[in-house]
Design a protein around this ligand. Structure first.
Ligand SMILES: NC(=O)c1ccc[n+]([C@@H]2O[C@H](COP(=O)([O-])OP(=O)(O)OC[C@H]3O[C@@H](n4cnc5c(N)ncnc54)[C@H](OP(=O)(O)O)[C@@H]3O)[C@@H](O)[C@H]2O)c1
Length: 432
């Protein structure tokens, strides 16, 4: 057990959304089921005078979070600064080196430096726990690492970014454009003022890579994750996909392929009855599939001050339970499976093509001709009136074909300037 007797002495680095939420929850620890006592000894953030909604004057203040990592009267560092490098990484490394347990919500750090940091924790025989890094309040890291260690996992997939899911859900509900819905998400606090990590798919990619590493015993290798975000999706794509009885979701998935473990994030069409199609607004969902259990689905709030702080709390409670185990499930040196980026052009499947056709004679014929030329046959098609917009929305579902063929047709269509916008190509998930 880490800590002295039944009390763990904490240093909390980062007092923002999650750090502030954690301090509030620690104040209510009597109401929780923690098998010991948590005592905050010191805190660190950039601005000492900022109102955190909780009295921090009773804690020692450190301008530099490294002071917490090196302090002899602290047992556990709770790293809630964020970022794959910089102060977060330095603090975590220093804490592990000085034999302190680390609890963090930092998915970028674990996804991009997982092996290094996990090895350090193993070398010093200390806990490194990061439940809050993936899917907020959903206890998926612990579930995959411990509860499901008896399952041969074939696929982990999910909606791992609440911001993107809120945007896609609202675009469907209101028919509003991406930019309008993004601004509303920022106003409501569902999206950061700089939404890049979320809307580009990077945040979901960090999370699915962490799950892949644990579920498949693979070294996290972020360079090999294929990432596409939601920022190119047109509201008409969502509306027309809905008419075909599909929802567009940003799906993060990891599965075994011939070449290794494949990890990708992309907007995908899922049938309305699919478990992921039912997950709306800022919620997250994770589906774990494997033998001999079949499919397990977990749903819940994937972010926010309270839900994320609750996940951090769960990790703190774990520290009372016993000695450290390898952070990524297996010891870092035994993570033998490889995350491999497979050329997605080699994929085979059915695809959705969304575009706005220039409102001129012959454009539709030119589009279908290019598809036929590339060997892509149309299963279903909707064309809406251009009205007074000068461009007619069109949505096509293809029969199964190589993605390379669909990409070839798209390139040709772009070249011929048949459309008023850049056409979108999205995979259709055919599994119910
Ligand atoms: N927000 C969520 O819903 C959520 C969900 C899951 C995981 N996470 C993860 O949790 C972590 C924290 O996220 P957050 O949303 O709480 O971020 P945040 O609100 O931006 O808070 C970051 C905190 O770190 C402090 N900080 C920044 N640079 C620092 C430095 N050099 N030294 C000391 N403190 C420094 C900031 O200080 P000031 O306050 O003084 O500026 C702030 O208190 C990130 O890894 C994030 O990915 C967040």
């Amino acid at each position: 057990m880490t800590g002295t007797g039944k009390t763990l002495r904490l240093g909390v680095a980062g007092l923002g959304t999650v750090g502030g939420g954690l301090l509030k929850l620690i104040e209510r620890q009597e109401e929780l089921r923690i098998p010991g006592k948590l005592e905050v000894v010191a805190v660190s953030a950039r601005n000492k005078t900022r109102n955190r909604g909780v009295d921090i004057s009773k804690f020692r203040w450190a301008d530099d979070p490294m002071e917490l990592a090196l302090a002899p009267d602290i047992d556990v560092i709770v790293e809630l600064i964020g970022g794959s490098d910089g102060p977060a990484k330095r603090t975590v490394e220093a804490a592990l080196r000085s034999g302190k347990a680390v609890v963090t919500a930092n998915k970028a750090l674990i996804a991009e430096h997982g092996i290094e940091i996990a090895s350090l924790a193993e070398k010093h025989n200390v806990h490194l726990l990061f439940e809050a890094a993936v899917a907020g309040a959903i206890p998926i890291v612990r579930a995959v690492k411990n509860s499901l260690s008896g399952v041969i996992v074939s696929r982990v997939s999910g909606i791992l970014n609440g911001t993107c899911n809120y945007i896609l859900s609202e675009m469907l509900r209101t028919g509003a454009a991406y930019e309008t819905v993004l601004q509303e998400a920022q106003r409501l606090g569902y999206a950061e003022s700089d939404p890049y990590l979320d809307v580009s798919g990077m945040d979901a990619a960090h999370k699915v890579l962490i799950l892949a590493s644990i579920a498949f015993g693979a070294q996290p290798n972020f360079d090999q994750v294929q990432v596409e975000g939601v920022d190119k999706i047109d509201a008409m794509d969502i509306t027309l996909a809905n008419k075909f009885d599909y929802r567009i979701k940003l799906v993060a998935e990891a599965f075994r392929a011939k070449e290794g473990v494949r990890c990708r994030v992309a907007p995908v069409l899922v049938q309305k009855e699919h478990p992921l199609a039912q997950v709306n607004g800022p919620l997250n969902a994770v589906v774990v599939e494997g033998e001999p259990v079949g499919r397990l689905t977990f749903t819940g709030p994937g972010a926010g001050s309270g839900p994320t702080a609750a996940a951090v709390m769960g990790d703190l409670a774990r520290l009372f339970e016993g000695p450290a185990t390898p952070p990524l499930g297996k010891p870092a040196r035994e993570l033998a499976a490889l995350i491999t980026a497979v050329d997605s052009a080699a994929d085979q499947g059915s695809f959705f093509i969304g575009a706005k056709l220039a409102d001129k004679p012959g454009m539709f014929a030119a589009l279908t001709e290019e598809l036929a030329e590339a060997g892509v046959s149309i299963d279903k098609l909707i064309q809406e009136s251009a009205g007074d917009t000068g461009a007619a929305p069109v949505a096509i579902l293809t029969h199964p074909c190589p993605r390379a063929s669909a990409e070839r047709a798209m390139a040709k269509i772009a070249e011929l300037k048949i459309t008023a916008d850049t056409p979108r190509l999205m995979r259709i998930e055919t599994r119910a």
